[in-house]
Design a protein around this ligand. Structure first.
Ligand SMILES: [Zn+2]
Ligand SMILES: [Zn+2]
Length: 326
């Protein structure tokens, strides 16, 4: 009632979407024509794609164009193509709803896919943004846990089957292809660096070089900004959600508010996810910008009810809510 403009949720959502998409493409053009340097392109687009991620999440919760499937899916399609390192949003929707129902459990596939619940190490750091090789190496452990949860009666067999299938199908083909292009690109950069020091003579084949050359605009305009964005988001989200010992259905134990000063560089590229995601666990049906507007008031209520703020011990406890680690 205080802000009548918020009644126009569809228009606001679509304007933010159109603006972010257009500016990111314009930045790409300006970089391509040599007006802006690569680092500016990467930083600006990472910020804009962070906004698109918030929009995707709102769209997953059907918050814009509830009665117009076409525009809804049109927007989802764009925010997916401009964030191709992520899971297909139509598959992610199922995993995300599962996350809300079972946050912090062994079968919270969405969070486990981004390293939540693991001991902190160089391995976790490297796999934080990586959904393909990172998940490939961890998938047997995850599936084993899911199987055990079914046997223990904590998860229905059909649901288990669905979340496993969707987790895999969601990566095909865009996520896998974009990861492979990034792996190739990184490998090429590393080889070039080594050769500049020691001239080993080891280089990529002509075909692989041609693929990298051909994908160069996509790498700089879309993939590298997304790598930065995805690392930032996964780092923040996997440390603000608790894992493994969250009391069933207890929303207070599911998340914390993570807004300590040194996380600021990461927050910029995930539209300050750490500031507001905990609010979302309590009030699901609220757009991302409303969460930001109502943040301070929400914090008062959350503090009074025992939600944690900047519990950095989570880094030592592999994201367990309680002190004792498994
Ligand atoms: Zn959600
Ligand atoms: Zn969550």
């Amino acid at each position: 009632m205080k802000y009548p403009i918020l009644k126009h949720q569809n228009a606001i959502g679509f304007s933010i979407f159109a603006l972010a998409v257009c500016i990111s493409l314009l930045m790409g053009y300006l970089w391509y024509t040599g007006v802006v340097p690569a680092w500016v392109l990467i930083l600006v687009n990472a910020f804009l794609f962070g906004i698109l991620h918030e929009l995707e999440h709102d769209l997953i919760h059907f918050m814009y164009f509830k009665n117009n499937k076409f525009i809804q899916n049109y927007m989802l399609g764009w925010v997916w193509i401009l964030r191709p390192l992520t899971l297909n949003p139509w598959f992610r929707r199922t995993l995300h709803f599962h996350h809300h129902r079972f946050s912090g459990t062994l079968h919270d596939v969405e969070e486990r896919g981004v390293t939540n619940g693991e001991k902190w190490s160089l391995k976790r750091l490297i796999f934080t943004p990586d959904l393909v090789i990172g998940n490939l190496l961890r998938v047997t452990g995850l599936f084993r846990d899911i199987k055990r949860e079914v046997e223990n009666g904590n998860l229905k067999f059909e649901t288990a089957k669905k979340i496993k299938l969707y987790g895999v199908f969601g990566l095909i083909p865009l996520t896998i292809i974009s990861h492979i292009v990034l792996y190739l690109f990184s490998f090429d950069v590393i080889l070039d660096f080594i050769n500049s020091k020691f001239s080993t003579g080891i280089v990529l084949s002509e075909t692989l070089k041609a693929i990298i050359q051909w994908s160069n605009p996509i790498i700089y305009i879309v993939l590298l900004p997304n790598l930065l964005r995805q690392f930032s988001l996964h780092f923040i989200t996997s440390n603000l959600h608790y894992f493994g010992d969250v009391e069933k259905g207890n929303v207070v134990e599911q998340t914390q508010v993570l807004n300590v000063w040194w996380t600021y560089p990461f927050q910029i590229f995930c539209f300050f996810f750490g500031w507001t995601h905990a609010i979302h666990h309590f009030v699901v049906n609220e757009t991302f910008y409303v969460r930001h507007i109502a943040r301070k008031k929400a914090y008062e209520v959350m503090k009074a009810n025992g939600v944690r703020f900047n519990d950095l011990g989570t880094f030592k406890r592999a994201n367990r809510y309680h002190e004792t680690t498994k």
